[in-house]
Design a protein around this ligand. Structure first.
Ligand code: CS2
Length: 497
């Protein structure tokens, strides 16, 4: 959050906007657009994705759709953006260079923990017609293996007991309840996280919460009549911004910008067109509106994210910090994952060129300017593996196949969480909401058979059908043994065969 080392002042804000060259300035007048969307989880991804589509949609089609961005866990983004009137720079980078533009779609900022009542008021306000979410997989407090709300989670239980909003689902339910009380009218809840069937999953979690809540009389029927939960597939690789990025961008911009985000040129958004109270003209900004997001979602989660996670664990084990450095040694195994394991499980949208999509993914991973850290992707593996790799494995096992590359991704995760050090002995930090439960089960064990047995018994992660597949269990043990004995690079080479 440092002010950029070269400390160029003044800071980006509405007052300093006029110093910017016209082609860098927001495409809408930020002062002129009222808030219509409340967004929970205003991290770098939202600022590089939905906020940009929204600004372009307003520029093309009008509408009162500016964003009130809510920071969920830490006040950092509010501290970065509030002094800048919500303005920030979007830097698109690849080997050919960097293109900057300032985004003005975020008009208000709130930190959920300090300002929870104002957030609820915003969700309830009739002018708000959409509540959008990027709170990461773990933010939903659900079991990724079953997609059910974790009623045993202490935070969920506490929210249920006192009607609080410590959890995202609690916060959404409270906001909807307030909206109903104050007659705010219909609203759309739009999930933009990497979950399969994300709209339906969030709807089910909200309904689960309401069904168990003593404070939600009549709310289920109101939600049924007034709220839509469309599904979406979101895609744009957006690493966390570093101090170096901020310093470079400030120097280029001539203004200090603590809220800048760095992303790739590629961007994609596929949205189920089912809204309760209107929407920005996102299709005019390049989004694909469709009746069924499922095939796109599955493709993206299994191809891109499945490959990302596999690469992240293999790279961590073999000491590659950056995705772009790890891609060369592991391209063959990722190709094998995508071609042999994932592709046969997909229902490719008509006219879609899967081979070109795969080639483009590998190019995107190789982008040398992004400096995407493999450790960032390795985070929260227990929440990511089910939809990224296990779903593919279940489908392939049902078809009688041996999904070796996808299983290597799982074995590499198992090695990562059990050894906690790389093949050369460097310590690896494990950051996962189930870290405590994992450590307790493993109790320091590192040999293949007990690690596989212990981890497969975690039914929050592995569904019983898969855990009960003895043939697959044997494959995993063999792969983990090879990782332990030979290391990640030789094992991946052999699997890619
Ligand atoms: C990544 C994703 O951090 C991760 O786990 O796989 O954030 C990925 O960069 C995005 O889904 C790309 O759209």
């Amino acid at each position: 959050m440092a002010a950029g080392r070269g400390d160029v002042s003044p800071r980006l804000s509405l007052a300093t906007l006029e110093h910017l060259p016209r082609d860098l300035a927001p495409r809408v007048d930020p002062r002129a657009v009222p808030v219509g969307i409340v967004h929970l989880g205003i991290g770098a991804f939202h600022r590089a994705h939905q906020a940009v589509y929204t600004e372009d949609a307003i520029a093309a089609g009008g509408g009162d759709w500016a964003i009130c961005g809510v920071s969920q866990r830490s006040p950092a983004v509010v501290e970065q953006l509030a002094p800048q009137d919500g303005l920030y720079t979007l830097a698109r980078r690849d080997g050919a260079g960097e293109r900057l533009r300032v985004i003005g779609a975020v008009r208000e900022l709130r930190w959920a923990q300090a300002d929870s009542d104002r957030v609820l008021e915003r969700i309830a306000a009739p002018a708000t017609r959409m509540l959008t979410l990027t709170v990461t997989e773990k933010g939903y407090h659900h079991d990724p293996a079953t997609n059910r709300l974790r009623l045993d989670s202490p935070e969920v239980a506490a929210d249920l007991a006192d009607g609080g909003s410590r959890t995202v689902v609690g916060q959404v339910v409270r906001g909807l309840a307030r909206r109903r009380e104050t007659d705010g009218g219909p609203i759309t809840v739009l999930c933009c996280d990497n979950l399969p069937d994300n709209g339906h999953v969030v709807r089910a979690l909200v309904c689960d919460f309401v069904a168990h809540s003593p404070h939600a009389d009549g709310l289920a029927a109101w939600i049924e009549a007034n709220v839509r939960f469309p599904s979406t597939m979101v895609d744009r690789i957006t690493p966390s911004t570093t101090d170096d990025d901020r310093a470079r961008i400030a120097a280029e911009l001539g203004l200090r910008d603590d809220g800048a985000v760095v992303t790739e040129p590629f961007t994609q958004w596929v949205i189920e067109d089912d809204f309760a109270a209107g929407r920005p003209a996102w299709e005019r900004a390049g989004a694909i509106m469709t009746g069924d997001v499922g095939p796109y979602e599955r493709m993206k989660l299994r191809m891109l994210n499945g490959a990302h996670s596999t690469l992240a664990y293999l790279a961590q084990l073999s000491g590659y910090e950056l995705v772009s450095d790890a891609i060369a040694p592991f391209t063959a195994v990722l190709e094998s994952l995508m071609e042999r394991d994932v592709a046969p499980t997909l229902d490719v949208p008509p006219g879609f060129d899967l081979a070109a999509y795969q080639a483009e993914l590998l190019e995107r991973f190789a982008n040398p300017a992004l400096r995407h850290r493999t450790l960032q992707i390795a985070m929260d593996g227990s929440q990511k593996l089910p939809m990224r790799l296990l779903a593919t494995i279940v489908d392939r096992r049902r078809a009688g196949a041996e999904p070796v590359a996808a299983s290597l991704g799982v074995a590499a995760w198992m090695r990562f969480v059990s050894a906690r050090r790389s093949d050369s002995g460097r310590e690896l930090p494990v950051d996962d909401p189930l870290e405590g439960a994992i450590a307790q089960r493993l109790a320091g064990r590192e040999e293949a058979q007990p690690v596989v047995d212990q981890l497969l018994s975690m039914d929050q992660v592995f569904d019983p059908e898969l855990a009960g597949d003895d043939y697959w269990r044997g494959m995993l043990v063999d792969l983990l043994e090879a990782l332990i004995r030979d290391g990640a690079e030789p094992t991946a080479r052999r699997v890619a065969g």
